[in-house]
Write a protein that binds this ligand. Structure first.
Ligand SMILES: CC(C)(COP(=O)(O)OP(=O)(O)OC[C@H]1O[C@@H](n2cnc3c(N)ncnc32)[C@H](O)[C@@H]1OP(=O)(O)O)[C@@H](O)C(=O)NCCC(=O)NCCS
Length: 178
């Protein structure tokens, strides 16, 4: 995929040198709270940068003006021309609309150039920042799954079962929303 340029951002493939910025946000407890992993160590961040540089699913989101990597997007093709999106941003850059701006641009790209028919996203109902973003861009909450998944365990090694909101939007709806 070619780079995407928005008003304030550039969405671009990762490279191995990005590990410091990855470490900066994935070493933060608040950022990884609802993610299927724990905080990253420096060496895990180095490996992650190598993996992301090779991955076709991960994109770095950088500020255009100052060339700073502030988060990542995820976009993966599933069955029936349905693509799933995900996003994780550096806490220092929350609350400024950067995630919204980048997710909208990536969905535009998926519908206009990648032949996506439907885009979906999943999040924990407790992750209000995430589902508010999805609703801000016009995605529809299509279901709530109860205690369907766990990413973390309690101190006794028991799964911490979590609920899931499922969001979706069709290409036809996105055009009328745009
Ligand atoms: C999910 C996540 C990316 C959302 O971040 P966010 O900062 O809430 O989203 P945005 O960057 O789009 O900012 C939106 C906020 O900025 C405000 N804002 C300011 N300027 C804005 C602009 N130009 N455009 C849109 N919103 C703007 C909005 O009003 C909104 O504020 P609110 O939270 O008070 O409603 C972030 O919380 C995160 O990285 N979480 C950790 C990882 C995670 O949980 N990922 C999702 C897993 S499902």
């Amino acid at each position: 995929m070619n780079n995407i340029v928005t008003d304030r951002l550039i969405i671009i493939k990762f490279n191995e040198a990005d590990w410091k910025d990855i470490y900066e946000y994935l070493s933060n407890e608040t950022v990884v709270k609802y993610e299927p992993y724990n905080v990253y160590t420096e060496s895990e961040a180095r490996k992650e940068a190598i993996n992301r540089a090779k991955s076709e699913f991960f994109y770095a989101v950088c500020l255009k003006e100052v060339d700073k990597l502030i988060g990542n997007l995820y976009l993966a093709k599933g069955d029936f021309s349905t693509w799933e999106i995900g996003y994780v941003f550096n806490l220092n850059y929350w609350g400024k609309g950067y995630a919204t701006e980048s997710v909208k641009a990536l969905i535009n790209k998926a519908f206009s150039q990648l032949d996506a028919r439907r885009i979906v996203a999943m999040c924990n109902p407790l992750n209000e920042h995430s589902w508010k973003l999805l609703e801000r861009i016009g995605m529809r909450r299509e279901g709530t799954l109860l205690k369907n998944i766990y990413f973390k365990k309690d101190i006794n090694g028991e799964p911490l079962w979590a609920d899931t909101y499922e969001y979706g939007i069709l290409k036809s709806e996105w055009i009328t929303n745009d």
